[in-house]
Write a protein that binds this ligand. Structure first.
Ligand SMILES: Cc1ncc(C[n+]2csc(CCOP(=O)(O)OP(=O)(O)O)c2C)c(N)n1
Length: 268
């Protein structure tokens, strides 16, 4: 448990370093997703960094692709590539682009255009069913994904086809680039909607390792329903001056002082 907290902290540190070095990126949504990514990569996902394309690996899609600094940090800490590489985020001619791409070891699907991840994940999960493979598929969604039509078709189809090997996790931080999600385009009440679509819905504190762990275990033991984990999070979590501050959504240039302050906060 302590280890997972420490790993999530390291994900945050590496993500902030990457964004600082790149002078652009999305800190708010990277920090809110760090605990979820930590539990997934260090406890849940059956993956092997020495064989990134192993056919029976669990699949993971970061549908909110703009949070890739945190994904790259998790992949690096897991051993898919060196941690130093993360600091070359968004550099021209470097492979760690500003949004995930399948040429990056450990990345199963390209993302960045919101709303694509769940249908891709559903396709992978159906591929496992028809190919008689045992891998599971996980999709991390952001509020922006929930406002795209494609996502709702996938919710409907996965519920109808009882795709139990599919787990969607929503990083529900409630803030977007422009405004509060509830003001921009409210999609609540989400639990009721997805239950009606045939999903097993659970709600957790997305920064509570125990709750995340229990929800993922419950999802794994579901036999005939896809699982949705509504993870309540704080945008910018872990760096005090960024928490719940819309301005830290994206394309952020951190001053040296802000960078030092972030690292100091994450040391605590
Ligand atoms: C289809 C599409 N429209 C617009 C964008 C631009 N965009 C990037 S991030 C973002 C806001 C996403 O909000 P949210 O999912 O809440 O992000 P988080 O707080 O999790 O970082 C938008 C509109 C996009 N990437 N894709």
């Amino acid at each position: 448990m302590n280890d997972l907290r420490e790993l999530a902290r390291k994900i945050r540190v590496l993500a902030i370093e990457a964004i600082y070095c790149a002078r652009s990126g999305h800190p708010g949504g990277s920090l809110s997703a760090a605990d979820i990514l930590g539990v997934l990569y260090f406890e849940e996902l059956r993956v092997d960094p020495t064989q990134p394309r192993w056919i029976d690996r669990d699949r993971f899609i970061l549908s909110k692709g703009h949070a890739c600094p945190a994904l790259y940090a998790a992949l690096a800490l897991k051993g898919f590539f060196p941690a130093e590489d993360v600091r070359s985020l968004r550099k021209i001619d470097h492979y760690l682009e500003g949004h995930p791409d399948v040429k990056i070891p450990g990345v199963d699907a390209p993302s960045g255009s919101l709303g694509m991840g769940l249908s891709q994940g559903l396709g992978m999960a159906l591929g496992a069913r028809y190919g008689k493979r045992s891998f599971r598929t996980y999709v991390l969604l952001g509020d922006g994904d929930m406002q795209e039509g494609n996502t709702w078709e996938a919710f409907m189809a996965a519920g109808h086809h009882k795709v139990a090997s599919l787990t969607a996790i929503l990083d529900y931080n409630g803030l977007q680039g422009e405004d509060l999600v509830t003001k921009q385009m409210n999609y609540n009440p989400i639990a009721e909607k997805l239950t009606a679509f045939g999903w097993n819905v659970q709600e957790v504190d997305g920064h509570n390792i125990d709750q995340l762990r229990a929800a993922l275990a419950a999802a794994r033991s579901e036999c005939d329903r896809p699982s949705f984990i509504l993870a309540r999070t704080v945008k910018g979590k872990g760096v005090e001056f960024m928490e719940n501050q819309q301005v830290w959504h994206g394309s952020s240039t951190l001053t040296n002082e802000q960078y030092q302050q972030s690292l100091k906060g994450l040391e605590a």
